[in-house]
Design a protein around this ligand. Structure first.
Ligand SMILES: O=C(O)C(=O)C[C@]1(C(=O)O)C=C[C@@H](O)C=C1
Length: 296
């Protein structure tokens, strides 16, 4: 049974996501530590959050994907996000509310309306906030609903959320190896650093558009070097095994200083991509025949 390091401690949303991939779970205190477990070979996989429909990309995950030796995503899953507010039994007044910054951001209006005057405090994860409340450090924690099973706390409120239908997407990462088979509904992810000149980003995107490739995500993060220099994280529909995707990635390689492949894997929604692969295959067959002098 492969071991999966996950962004913990026990009771995080990420633990819920990781349980969809396996049951031999190893909690890590931070996202970098979860990924470090894969890089060192301590676990085969790591499960980490990558983006939330309300708060956007998870910067800690973007940053760790580009550091050190490569890791690639082999699967993803999407969880509906709904928070619980947990308190120590007998709590009568709440003046501090702790949670992961993404969770605090998604419940800001609820906290302002229901716990006026309470101070929000950021913790490393939602479950770390529950543990801190249990220890008496804060009055309340904004957590995943499953956290109630792991900590000696009471539910003060459930189904807490400012924006309905919030979702978080999680990746299952491992060291590079054999790629998952294409399914017809895949996502491919790369990160590139480009030369700093006019139009370079539009050139990258044009390479995708010309091949009928649907962009599903574009994020930038500072290179942490010179001010104003960025890396671009590009997600597209399709699998590197498809000629048009392979061709587009080769074009991105030509346009960039650095490129790192972050995986081709089945999309959680399994909605087939509009691939036009038959047209690309027919065109390649025609070029091949022309080269051989068999067609005009
Ligand atoms: O702290 C957790 O429970 C997590 O799994 C992290 C995380 C996130 O990074 O966005 C996951 C889902 C929620 O949006 C809030 C926090």
């Amino acid at each position: 049974m492969p071991r999966i390091a996950y962004f913990g401690p026990q009771g995080t949303f990420t633990e819920q996501a990781a349980l969809r991939f396996g049951s031999d779970l190893v909690p890590a205190e931070t996202i970098p530590l979860a990924v470090a477990a894969v890089r060192s070979g301590e676990t085969e996989f790591a499960c980490v959050p990558i983006e939330n429909s309300v708060e956007g990309a998870v910067p800690a995950t973007l940053d760790v994907l580009i550091r050190d030796t490569p890791v690639v995503a082999v699967a993803e899953t999407v969880l509906d996000v709904r928070f619980s507010v947990l308190v120590r039994p007998g709590t009568s007044s709440i003046s501090t509310v702790a949670s992961h910054p993404h969770a605090l951001a998604q419940t800001r209006e609820w906290v302002a309306a229901n716990l006026p005057g309470a101070t929000s405090i950021a913790t490393s994860s939602t479950a770390a906030a529950a543990a801190a409340v249990e220890r008496g450090e804060f009055d309340a924690a904004v957590t995943a609903p499953v956290a109630i099973n792991h900590y000696e706390l009471d539910e003060y409120a459930t189904d807490v959320l400012d924006v309905a239908d919030a979702r978080t997407r999680f990746l299952l990462l491992r060291q590079p190896g054999e790629l998952p088979q294409p399914t017809g509904a895949d996502r491919t992810s790369v990160v590139v650093t480009t030369p700093n000149r006019v139009g370079v980003l539009s050139e990258l995107l044009t390479e995708l558009a010309l091949r009928g490739i649907n962009l599903t995500g574009l994020e930038s993060r500072p290179t942490k070097g010179k001010l104003g220099t960025y890396r671009f994280y590009i997600d597209v529909e399709g699998h590197i095994a498809e000629p048009r995707i392979g061709d587009a990635l080769a074009a991105l390689h030509r346009h960039s200083h650095e490129i790192r492949f972050l995986g081709s894997f089945p999309k959680a929604d399994q909605e087939p991509a509009e691939a036009h692969n038959d047209e690309f295959a027919a065109a390649a067959t025609w070029v091949d025949a022309v080269r051989k002098g068999e067609r005009g």
